[in-house]
Design a binder for this molecule. Structure first.
Ligand code: PLP
Length: 404
């Protein structure tokens, strides 16, 4: 009989969203007339912007004509998309990248999950806690253990540097779930740590498009020296509504190095290229064409309008929760609102309370790691009418005894 990878038995996953679904179903069965508003799962609701759809259609039509049909493309992505990415996302902020440093993929979740394959099993991994569960689970699957760096109200959701030496650290800014954005000095502190300790930073910037404060960095490469120590992940998912269309990219600068078991240094870029060309056959042509349309003048305008729509929702939630007497974080340069449960309530009890009293579904903070206990996540994706209704219900129906 084949033997399983025992590490899979150590996973705590499959718990959070199925448990939410179970509780929601139980509630609906008992209260069939209740109109639920779901602000739990971080998925977008607005359709793909018009210029993206137009390019998508054109791409499909090209596939229908033998003169323009395309089979396998380059595994790392078509040059037209890579060039648009470099010019618009990086050169515009003073960062120069080579086309060979950008790898287009079908999602940041896959990339951030796959990248750990490049590292040895003894690699010491740190994550900020609460955390996007993919960082943790993919390392557990491989058999690594994890160091948690707690991010709480007490440290302003900016965890201190690890007291021991770590080899790999996952940073997510703007953060899912806390909505915190790292400023320049916070990022400098990490780049400096990584350079001193020969660590590598995996910087997840899936939400960079939601930053409106001009002083905040969008890319870790805005920090001097970061190209030597950081890999950056970006996605079209939340930016342009690609969660169901699938396109993202990862930047692996040529300077980023790690050592082999004999201590010899190797650049990671060729290893990632080797991994991708072996295990991945590229993103479909129409999807890459659609992604490239995000960088046209029209595309940029349409995307900005969608982001503004979401961030207006975030503002409504923040204002509403403050009026309801709840303490919040995030929601200003990120589409997530991370609230402190009232009266130190446990996250799941608050979930049940919000569901029972307001018919609003959110995500219990404890699902994102030990330091998420006592917190709760709401997201600002959603139609404004629903958001307004949810906020109204929270203000009028949520029973909080002691207002903050
Ligand atoms: C949504 C999200 C992503 C993007 O995932 P895709 O696979 O590109 O859809 C990446 N990181 C975080 C933290 C996210 O919340």
């Amino acid at each position: 009989m084949a033997q399983i990878n025992d590490n899979y038995l150590k996973l705590k996953t499959g718990y959070l969203f199925p448990e939410i679904a179970r509780r929601v179903k139980e509630f609906q069965d008992k209260n069939p007339k209740a109109e639920l508003i779901r602000l739990g799962i971080g998925d977008v609701v607005l359709p793909l912007p018009p210029s993206v759809i137009k390019a998508f259609h054109e791409g499909v039509d090209e596939m229908a004509d033998s003169r323009t049909f395309r089979g396998y493309g380059p595994e790392q992505g078509y040059p037209f998309l890579i060039e648009a990415i470099i010019k618009n996302d990086f050169q515009s902020r003073g960062i120069n990248l080579k086309p060979t440093e950008v790898f287009v993929s079908d999602g940041s979740k896959c990339d951030v999950g796959n990248i750990q394959e490049l590292f040895g099993l003894k690699t010491v991994v740190a994550v900020t806690d609460p955390v996007y569960p993919v960082y943790v689970d993919t390392n557990i699957m491989a058999g690594r253990s994890i160091i948690y760096l707690p991010a709480t109200v007490e440290n302003n959701f900016d965890p201190p540097l690890p007291s021991q030496k770590v080899d790999l650290v996952y940073l997510c800014s703007p953060n899912n779930p806390t909505g915190t954005v790292m400023n320049k000095s916070a990022l400098e502190k990490w780049v400096d740590y990584a350079r001193k300790n020969e660590s590598i930073i995996l910087f997840d910037a899936a939400y960079e498009a939601f930053i409106s404060d001009a002083s905040l960095p969008h890319s870790i490469y805005e920090i001097e020296g970061a190209k030597e120590v950081a890999i950056e992940l970006r996605s079209f998912s939340k930016t342009a509504g690609f969660t169901g269309t699938r396109c993202a990219y990862t930047v692996v600068p040529e300077e980023v190095m790690a050592k082999d078991s004999s201590g010899k240094k190797h650049p990671l870029n060729p290893l990632w290229l080797r991994r991708q060309t072996t295990k991945f056959n590229g993103v479909s042509y129409p999807v890459q064409k659609a992604a490239a349309a995000c960088y046209t003048m029209e595309g940029k305008k349409e995307i900005k309008k969608q982001i503004d729509y979401t961030m207006n929702n975030a503002r409504l939630i923040l204002e509403g929760l403050a009026k309801a007497g709840l303490q919040t974080n995030g929601g200003i340069n990120a589409p997530y609102i991370w609230l402190k449960t009232p009266q130190k309530m446990d996250s799941w009890n608050f979930f049940d309370k919000l569901l029972g009293e307001c018919h609003v579904v959110g995500t219990p903070g404890s699902g994102f790691g030990p330091s998420g206990e006592g917190y709760f996540r709401l997201n600002a994706f959603g139609f404004v009418e629903k958001i307004k209704e949810a906020v109204h219900r929270i203000q009028t129906q949520l029973q909080i005894e002691e207002k903050l």
